[in-house]
Write a protein of this length. Sequence first.
Lengths: 534, 242
Amino acid sequence: MIDILIIGSGGAGLAAALAAKTAGAGVAVAGKAYPTNSQTSMAQGGMNAALGNTGEDHIALHIADTIKSAHGICNEHMVRKMCSDAPKAIAWLEELGVPFSRLDTQSQGIKTIAQRQMGGASAKRACYAQDYTGLKILHTLYDACLKEGINFLNEYFLLNLITEDGTVKGATFLDIRNGEVVQIDAKSVVIATGGFGTLYHGYTTNAYGSTGDGIAAALRAGGAVSDMEFVQFHPTALKHSAILISEAARGEGGYLLNSAQERFVDELKPRDVVARAIFAELERGQGVFLDVRHLGREKLMELLPQEVELCRLHEHVDPLTQLIPIKPVAHYTMGGIDVDDALEVNGIKGCFAAGECSNAKIHGANRLGGNSLLEIIAFGRFAGENAVKHALFARATPADDTQIQKDKAHIAHILMQAHTVNFYDAREKLGKLFYDKVGIVRENTKLHEALDEVSMMQAELPKMGLKDKAKEHNQNLVEFLEFSNTLLLAPAVISAAIARNESRGAHFKRGFEFGDDEKFKKHIVLQWKNEEHA
Amino acid sequence: MKIKVFRSQTNTHQEYTIPGGETTLLKALMHIKATQDATLTFSAGCRASVCGTCAVRVNGKEQLSCSHKVKDGDTVEPLQYHPVLRDLKVDKQPAQKTLLTAAAWLHSFTQAAQNHADEKRSERQTDCILCDSCYSACPVFAVNPEFIGPFALTRAYRYSVDKRETNVKEIIDAVQHNGVWDCTLCGECTAACPKGIDPKMDIIMLRSASVQQGYADPSFITQSFGAPDFGGGFGFNPNTGF
């Protein structure tokens, strides 16, 4: 039995692993791919910390901006913690060797880190490494994990958490390589499995793997989820491929134009506002473009080299001389596993959650750019530390084999299922359904239609057998399990959206265009009534 | 359009027909898996050339599936020098062990004054996405499977030039055996890198650093005095700032 089992090997998982290891615990990190494959690599723009390296800034301003953008439904204590931990988090990354972009100053250490403007921020606050911030943080964390001898279990797909009397005892996994179902016993568990943006398959900036596996597992194990209706749409994804163009493009001075070449919104408003303004333009038949031509070659190649390359490759436009066609697509899921102030999962003792999969209630109804990398580092470490504290007094008796037997039977059953409906078609359909009916602007009639369609899809799940029956390296099976997880979360998102008869942050509903603090200045928390679904 | 894809079970290439028009290889593979053959196995992630998951070889050249635009008649195969697990999916764990061998991390931190020029010293090297393209392209592995290889050496170099590192010697020590001197400086890694990284130049720089630390090219010791081989690969790299 290990001390700390960390599920998910992105930025939050690696930060948790390093923190737990430093605290003296035995750690294993299980992930469905390799550590550096994770969604964290896609974070481009930066990581917020009120260092004031480029103009005046204060932690209090960072807190105020974050609270304002959350539209009244954040946990102010957690926001204060995250924002005041931010300079320490940056200093920690500096010590690990993260290659931040630098200023020409006479200073030392983190005072030399360059900072850029992001939407909704009252100062230049986002520390960055060109437009590869997430990539460079992630890889440096990985190098540090190798240095510390962290034990990685690659290609372990999370099936279920194991609980006894409401306390976590470990988890079961599908070892993708050999097809076996395995049980890992642990005193504490940290879930760091990322968000569920691929619910909007085809209409998301997210990697294929952002399928909410940990959130679904937490629900099945009796944990609670909250704020599921708040899905952030990033204003600027490439029109044809939905590939992300960083907010840094606007932070550095890029414009948004419609077909008439007119600017129509303050580009530096928070993402929810900008995404809705773009959506309105698209609805009246306008094309929408990002214009960075006036920034000039030197600045673009210096600050946004990745964006330039992605535009050329996927959209056939050269941002140096041409407008970039864009559309808003799903980008980040604010909601997730409901956790308390110690990041312990509401409903499962000894189980912690950090990063996009968790809802630590810091982003509220709308996340600020630059706060997600901050969250995975600051709260990833915090989750790791708290998991160690729990492990000190946890019972070291492993769970019995009830869960693993169930999961073995379940996998065997999936491989036996008849194939009459192709789940890849269903995945496309679900993505489009969500973009159209659970998207940027919502309506109750459409939400109800979406809920009906999701229910029908769930009823068809037993017909979606697999064509690939192989035991080893069955990617078809993995993708089916991922799809099942997103489908499990779909009704939670829709029903929370239906219940919230108001507009707040990223959740905007026709017929209820204003906020209703009296009824809805609160979190919608959902939990399964019984454990029969597991 | 027709493409041929390596299938591990039969050890042959299977031909698939995909709709015409511009498409990335990754989209084409996804299309095949979803509509024609669910058993075709490959790895994929971000679609945006940054997660490092989807590298394969197309017509003998390393490519990221998500950025390669398919052409009629393309032949798609798994990376070289990696155990093939199934079809295009390879085992990257042995290759990633080279990061441990190279001890490619920050060994001993000190706070340093850093400026824009310091950022530039390892900007390109830290664009590495660990896609393993360079490893697949490196001919040294055909004769020496224990070679540390390009990406791990580039990463070692990146830390060795970091002003925050006070123990450069430890990094240099780690890349002597099966390391910098085993490279033939052929430049295949540089040609293969989808992020424009130049591991060959990094290896040359590590050799210089090795000499500064008192190491010598082991081939000189056994070589008779003739024309010394300088590797034939000195070039100018604007990133290294000398």
